[in-house]
Design a binder for this molecule. Structure first.
Ligand code: XIL
Length: 375
């Protein structure tokens, strides 16, 4: 039994004692029961009070298997994004074969809860089916790209609020042109792949806000400054040639162990994006804690303070439309695979803990939203 659980059992009121005993009898690995949905307003309501939105990514298995999580998603989120179901490998696993069922299950859940949905993502260098990579070449690239976007953005036409048209196009280490990442798309079509994608999306679903979604612009360190500079350069080039990009997604995969969080640098970056006439969405907020000690209270406080500082700087700009986190609860985060802690403990990167209790990060997001000027 963890020290935390023992403390909470000792503190259990009399009415809960049978439950507490059952838990204790179940042994150290028994999961704690799901926390009930609080009566107080969720993050979506805090955001709406400032005319912003809050939402989160949902891993699709939860739709059938995790009613406890779904109850909290309903209460906290005004917007959802599928963690995997809107990616190419999911939507078109074979040539000519589209599978919309999982994405549609998420759409139906969102509709039942009056939640909006953002599309993630049309063009990326990951989550592509092998058949696509096998066929992608200069002669075939344009048809593959524009045909897919016409089919997929057309399928969801009028039902998504945003499309991440291109995900993660920047990687200055790959060299010219424009700091663009060396991807199958760049190799087949050159930088014009972005133009094709944005025009195709505008034609297929003119109402969805068209975005470039990018990571690694969060800190005042050299390689991230280069990423910010290159992204701004790319955006200026795209706009100058009439490419219909409308907004930038800042993924905000933050790292609580990183000291180079500079609010002035961040605010200037957001202001530079806004000065191009573009909107900004915080699309994938979560906070790594693998650089921090094991103690839960220490980690939770550091994660919350770190996110608060980042969000305060970013949300000060009225061009920022809202915030989504990459998951709602610590019970599942991609970070545990991507950046596992050396001590084997699960990361605590999200607003609710694994038992669906609000954490200090929840309060930090609520406070940052409350402190943001309404646009
Ligand atoms: C991640 C998902 O969370 C994982 O489940 C999946 O296996 C890989 O992709 N940036 C993005 C997201 O834009 O699509 C990524 O999501 C996380 C990093």
């Amino acid at each position: 039994m963890t020290p935390l659980r023992r403390r909470s059992l000792l503190a259990a009121p009399a009415a809960l004692l049978p439950l507490a005993r059952a838990l204790a009898a179940a042994g150290p690995d028994a999961p704690e029961p799901d926390a009930p949905v609080p009566e107080t307003p969720g993050l979506a309501a805090h955001a709406a009070a400032r005319r912003r939105f809050y939402g989160s990514a949902l891993y699709e298995d939860a739709l059938a298997a995790d009613p406890g999580l779904l109850a909290h998603v309903r209460a906290e989120c005004g917007m959802l994004v599928g963690e995997y179901s809107f990616k190419w490998a999911s939507l078109q696993p074979q040539p000519g074969v589209f599978r919309f069922a999982t994405a549609e299950t998420l759409m139906a859940f969102a509709a039942a809860n009056r939640q909006r949905v953002r599309g993630h993502t049309l063009v990326w260098h990951e989550a592509n089916p092998q058949w696509l990579l096998d066929r992608l070449a200069p002669a075939t690239g344009e048809r593959l790209l524009t045909g897919y976007i016409a089919a997929v953005a057309g399928h969801f036409r009028g039902r998504l609020v945003h499309w991440d048209v291109v995900n993660e196009p920047i990687h200055p280490e790959d060299g010219p042109p424009f700091g663009l990442r060396d991807t199958p798309w760049l190799r087949a079509l050159g930088p014009g792949y972005l133009d094709l994608a944005f025009h195709a999306c505008a034609a297929a679903d003119p109402g969805a806000l068209r975005m470039i979604n990018e990571f690694g612009g969060d800190y005042a360190i050299d390689w991230q400054q280069r990423r910010r500079d290159k992204l701004l350069e790319l955006l200026a080039h795209l706009l100058a040639r009439g490419v219909p990009v409308q907004a930038v997604g800042l993924q905000a995969h933050l790292d609580a162990g990183e000291r180079a969080l500079n609010q002035t640098v961040l605010a200037r970056f957001v202001a530079d994006i806004a000065s191009l006439g573009l909107k900004v969405v915080v699309t994938e907020l979560d906070v790594r804690d693998d650089g921090l000690p094991a103690d839960i209270a220490v980690r939770d406080a550091a994660v919350a303070a770190h996110a608060r500082a980042w969000l305060d700087a970013v949300l000060a700009n009225p061009a920022v439309l809202g915030v989504l986190s990459w998951g709602l609860s610590d019970r599942r985060s991609w970070l545990d695979q991507r950046f596992p802690r050396a001590d084997g403990l699960p990361q605590r990167p999200l607003p609710l803990d694994a038992s669906l209790r609000r954490k200090p990060l929840w309060s930090a997001i609520a406070a940052a939203l409350a402190g943001a000027p309404a646009p």
